[in-house]
Design a protein around this ligand. Structure first.
Ligand code: HEM
Length: 171
């Protein structure tokens, strides 16, 4: 039987996507000396998303206005840093052929844009009265953001550790 793939898979079982030019070029291009800027920048929105939920919970527990104001600032900076992380990720997906051609990268894009919409909503809602916003909808939105950011981060890790996308040597 004719074989074409380097793994000696029968020719009719070869994934046509893996035959596209540039499929194996997955190394990061938005990077400093091979260290991807996206991977370095995602820590900020992830941490700040957890901080908003923590500040909301402390406001609920203590009733101290300080925590509602802290939640407002964490929500705003989390959203803005999330947008920065999103720009670096989007540049990576558009510029690197082997990342652009893989479906999981686009799945991550969709989950991440959903997250950014939620982070923006959580911030914008608080701008019209940050103290009244916390209970109940602010803290509920924060809890949802924590779930979605956890999923986004886990999925981003899958791209790097399972598919080797955005690493210095690529696939
Ligand atoms: C909105 C558009 C986004 C796109 C197109 C995108 C794309 C990517 C890509 C291609 C990777 C593989 C590594 C690389 O090439 O740098 C990645 C990794 C990752 N992404 Fe995103 N991303 C986006 C937004 C986000 C956001 C908003 C977060 C979280 C707040 C996030 C969390 C992660 C994490 C945690 C990794 C793994 C980093 C590592 O372990 O080294 N991404 N993303």
């Amino acid at each position: 039987m004719a074989t074409e793939d380097k793994n000696d898979a029968p020719a009719d079982l070869v994934d046509p996507i893996s035959q596209l030019p540039g499929f194996h070029e997955t190394e990061s291009r938005i990077a400093v000396h091979g260290h991807p800027i996206h991977a370095m920048s995602v820590a900020f929105p992830v941490a700040l998303t957890f901080c908003v939920f923590g500040a909301d919970a402390l406001y609920w527990w203590t009733g101290d206005e300080f925590w509602a104001r802290a939640a407002l600032w964490a929500a705003g900076t989390g959203f803005l840093f999330g947008m920065l992380a999103g720009f670096s990720g989007t540049a990576e997906i558009l510029l690197v052929p082997g990342i652009r051609k893989r479906a999981p990268a686009w799945t991550h894009f969709i989950i991440a844009v959903t997250l950014l919409a939620l982070l923006g909503t959580n911030w914008g809602y608080r701008l019209f009265g940050y103290e009244q916003a916390v209970l109940p909808y602010g803290i509920l939105l924060s809890a949802l953001c924590v779930l979605v950011v956890s999923f986004t981060g886990w999925h981003g890790g899958k791209l790097v550790f399972d598919y080797r996308l955005g690493t210095s040597k690529g696939s």
